[in-house]
Design a protein around this ligand. Structure first.
Ligand code: CTP
Ligand code: MG
Length: 578
């Protein structure tokens, strides 16, 4: 995953002057918006926004006024977002502005008048990614609208996150704070849809109906700033783009491998990968993983600083995202809780940014949803209770979800009946899976129940779309053992934390609360390093009774806290430095 090093900046520039704005403005807005609208609506609105948008490399944020004058010749500029790409090797930091027109036709007009840099190795090509040259052409704006403010997105460093977490008043507050600092920003949302738009618009000459839809954590509400961007390319469009109805009909070319749809898909993806590799600005490190069950093209979009996974004709991922989005929107605790569990799993080396024999964030999300269906009263209802039924896409024959419009209301009403705090839910998650019989039982969000595994495998999580499949088929026995050990460990850490909080009256030194799950083993963030727990070191004994082991763990944690006391600032849980 690529770490996006947006520069810290908390002011906005209005025609050269600097005015302070709250960097949380967009943050809050997007929460309300995505929380209430179904995914289809979010995607439709964001795609339209991306069609009105251009990305321009500039000398710095102060070039915004000049850029507005240049772009104002073609239409009304309604929003500007500045960010800085971190230096890479010998390449200096690059200053970028995402500029949004009020109409898509205005962005098209600007593209029509853009010039090509003369270069032997780089044939002239169209792209919504450009740079602002010094002093070419006229700069008379078509309309005399004022320059809109430039939104600058602050980068939050790990040290700042740590500081904020230390100052929280409770574990629930820590879980919420982690979520607030990691969630996608307004700029993050825009860049993701714009990255899809680049591929779509580059193919549009040959494939006028082509659509690139984002799916996965970028849109299902469980995404973070560092999450990859999953996309699916539909060359035939999504059914919304219609050609003309005249009597002249375009000739087409039938595939010579039509009898073998998988081979056809792989060949087409090879061509798309070559195109991305050789002609699309900013795209690098292109990998073709075409023999996978779902063939994929991986690349880095350097100009938007996003790791991309492009699939083709893979609507099931999008439908899965619609279902996850429904759950993520049903209650304000669901997404922060999933974020807390994902962070724990990453810090303890249970998950990895690389694909492999370990559990993925997607499977982990399903585990959290299963647990939330088993609380008392339940926070979430299973898919059957929400009447979310599997169906078949008429065009592609792929499985899809039919989501009734009243499902969102039913889901929200159910969640409201459970009033447990985030802390209590996180503790409950570890308790639930500490007791779970992974060896014999599988789990399902279709029914919310566990059941005897239908096939021999280490971990069985039913695929809710294609119900004969297991989404965690890749996970080995060794990885499940690691997961179980870590779950037990996390459960004890949470219990010890509660006891320690009672005995210290809420005053703690250095790392405390959920931080002990997220930060204690920073080296374990890199898989295969320091991820095995030395239980004897933790408990000083081989006692089996968990009741007897706990005091040893508490004293161990207290000793560690004592050691840290002189090295780190001290905080009360109200956040004041002592
Ligand atoms: N997916 C699926 N079946 C699987 C794995 C993935 O349908 N067995 C779909 C899900 O919609 C998932 C998406 O593909 O959200 C992307 O998968 P992945 O990138 O692995 O997970 P994310 O949810 O995007 O999480 P991350 O933030 O780790 O990328
Ligand atoms: Mg993903």
């Amino acid at each position: 995953m690529l770490s996006v090093g947006w520069r810290r900046a908390v002011c906005c520039v209005r025609a050269g002057s600097c005015i302070s704005v709250s960097p949380r403005k967009w943050h809050r807005g997007i929460k309300d918006w995505t929380g209430s609208a179904p995914l289809e609506e979010v995607v439709r609105t964001r795609r339209q926004q991306a069609q009105r948008t251009l990305l321009v490399e500039v000398a710095g944020a102060s070039s915004a006024a000049e850029l507005c004058r240049v772009c104002g010749q073609h239409g009304r500029v309604q929003a500007l977002f500045h960010y800085t790409l971190p230096p890479r090797g010998h390449v200096k930091p690059r200053e970028m502005i995402l500029i949004e027109y009020s109409e898509a036709t205005e962005a098209q007009e600007a593209l029509k008048y853009a010039s090509h840099a003369p270069s032997k190795d780089c044939p002239p090509s169209h792209s919504p990614m450009m740079w602002l040259s010094a002093g070419r052409g006229t700069t008379t704006p078509k309309k005399s609208d004022p320059t809109p403010p430039v939104t600058l997105t602050p980068v939050i460093t790990q040290e700042e996150v740590l500081q904020r977490l230390s100052q929280c008043s409770s574990i629930s507050d820590q879980i919420q704070t982690l979520h607030d600092t990691q969630r996608l920003t307004e700029l993050g949302w825009r860049l993701r849809f714009f990255t899809c738009r680049q591929v779509e618009s580059s193919l549009s000459g040959l494939f006028p109906c082509a659509v690139v839809l984002p799916f996965g954590s970028s849109v299902n509400s469980f995404g973070h700033r560092d999450s990859d961007l999953d996309m699916t390319l539909e060359l035939a469009g999504d059914g919304t783009t219609q050609g003309g109805s005249g009597r002249l009909v375009f000739q087409g070319k039938h595939s010579s491998t039509a009898a073998n749809p998988r081979l056809t898909l792989q060949r087409r993806m090879e061509v798309i990968a070559e195109l991305i590799d050789h002609f699309l600005p900013g795209c690098s490190q292109v990998q073709r993983i075409l023999n996978a069950r779902v063939p994929i093209i991986k690349y880095k979009q350097q100009l938007t600083a996003i790791d991309c996974d492009l699939t083709m004709s893979n609507r099931s991922g999008y439908h899965m995202s619609r279902m996850l989005h429904l759950y993520g929107s049903s209650d304000s605790r669901v997404v922060p809780l999933v974020g807390a569990v994902r962070r724990w799993a990453r810090c303890r080396g249970i998950t990895s940014p690389h694909a492999g024999r370990w559990i993925t964030n997607f499977s982990l999300t399903m585990m959290v949803l299963t647990y939330l269906m088993n609380t008392s009263p339940p926070v979430l209802l299973p898919l059957t209770a929400l009447q979310v039924m599997p169906g078949v896409d008429e065009e592609t024959g792929e499985p899809v979800f039919r989501v009734p419009s009243e499902s969102a209301t039913t889901a929200a009403a159910t969640a409201a009946r459970n009033t447990e705090s985030l802390e209590s839910l996180l503790r409950g998650f570890f308790e639930f899976f500490d007791k779970f019989n992974f060896r014999e039982r599988g789990m399902s969000i279709v029914t919310g129940r566990n059941f005897v595994k239908p096939v021999h495998c280490a971990l069985y999580i039913q695929n809710p779309l294609d119900r004969d499949l297991n989404v965690s088929r890749n996970v080995t026995l060794e990885e499940v053992e690691r997961l179980k050990t870590e779950v037990t460990h996390a459960r004890y850490v949470m219990e010890a934390e509660a006891q320690e909080s009672d005995s210290t009256g809420g005053v703690s030194e250095g790392l405390w609360g959920a931080q002990r799950l997220w930060w204690r083993s920073s080296s374990a963030a890199q898989r295969h390093i320091d991820t095995v727990i030395d239980w004897r070191a933790v408990f000083h004994s081989g006692e089996n009774s968990k009741g007897k082991e706990l005091p040893n763990l508490v004293s161990k944690l207290k000793q560690k806290a004592q050691q840290r006391k002189n090295q780190t600032p001290r905080y009360t849980r109200k956040g004041k430095i002592l």
